[in-house]
Design a protein around this ligand. Structure first.
Ligand SMILES: Nc1ncnc2c1ncn2[C@@H]1O[C@H](COP(=O)(O)OP(=O)(O)O)[C@@H](O)[C@H]1O
Ligand SMILES: [Mg+2]
Length: 278
């Protein structure tokens, strides 16, 4: 604001010198339902640095969707601060929020959210049209090529598989060169083969193009494809750890539910006498 002295915001960096794209400081979100207040986030602080690939996990009702909405500038926190790529989001009005979303964020949704009877090429051009960008056709084609759909430019969603539709959605998310891609259960509606295909694209975009990516998922198998897992419970972060050996998409079969239960059971009950169990 002109003429008004603000304490200058300094973008935090990690030990590798990477800047924080997301810098959330002690945010809360309280939903008001009549007289009842529902605290969905209760003091969350989180930094996500350039080039990171993070998943946010937690049981149902732990605040994941609320968190993603705030990170995506779709909603404002009740209190606390949020800096997105250096911009203080909490100070913005609705129209400014819409503009920052368009410039800085690419969204990928569980249900793809593509337009019917609209070609892949056109879907990917749309955010560029809103942004008033140039070279739209060329950039849309390049984004579709990057997700392996260079030969499906004129296909409508009903002519594409679920995995291909989600790849169109990913192309649409990255075409504006956003600071960050946010994805809400991006493989939730896909069979395991298509899910793997989509995870592979996310990993490639992150590793080769350095696209900062945050997933919300309740699926531990999906989360283990990312580099860092943040755990939410009752609106607070209860764990935040690197994934020791992230799964390369397509190299590991999803463990069956019973296998996962069994390994959990062994680790939980027989951790101190493993040799007798296996
Ligand atoms: N629009 C809303 N109005 C009132 N309460 C809400 C609203 N959205 C979410 N909540 C509540 O906030 C808490 C966190 O919800 P949510 O962020 O959707 O969790 P998750 O995505 O992890 O399941 C829950 O108790 C939920 O009932
Ligand atoms: Mg949710």
């Amino acid at each position: 604001m002109p003429g008004q002295k603000q304490p200058e915001y300094v973008v935090p960096t990690d030990e590798r010198g990477r800047k924080a794209v997301i810098d959330v400081r002690n945010i809360t979100k309280i939903y008001k339902m009549g007289d009842i207040e529902v605290p969905a986030l209760r003091g969350v602080s989180l930094q996500v640095y350039e080039g990171e690939f993070v998943s946010i996990m937690g049981p149902s009702g732990s605040g994941k969707s609320t968190m993603l909405q705030i990170l995506g500038a779709l909603d404002q926190p009740t209190s606390g601060e949020y800096y997105l790529d250096g911009v203080n989001v909490a100070k913005l009005k609705d129209t400014q929020l819409a503009s920052i979303r368009n410039k800085k964020i690419g969204f990928v949704f569980q249900s793809f959210n593509l337009l019917k009877r609209t070609s892949a090429q056109r879907q990917v051009e749309l955010p560029l049209i809103y942004a008033g960008a140039r070279d739209r056709a060329k950039r849309a084609r390049a984004a579709l090529q990057a997700v392996g759909l260079g030969d499906r430019l004129r296909h409508n969603p009903n002519e594409l598989s679920g995995g291909q539709q989600q790849r169109v959605a990913i192309a649409r998310a990255i075409v504006t060169n956003p600071a960050i891609v946010l994805a809400d259960e991006p493989t939730g509606n896909l069979d395991s083969r298509s899910g793997t295909e989509v995870l592979k694209i996310f990993q490639e975009m992150n590793r080769k193009q350095g696209i900062t990516t945050v997933f919300v998922t309740h699926d531990p198998f999906v989360a283990r494809h990312t580099d860092r897992i943040v755990m939410l419970r009752d609106g607070q972060i209860v764990a935040d750890q690197p994934v020791p050996d992230p799964i390369e998409a397509g190299t590991v079969e999803r463990p069956s539910e019973s296998a996962e239960l069994e390994s959990l059971f062994k680790e939980t009950y027989y951790a101190d006498r493993k040799e007798k169990v296996s």
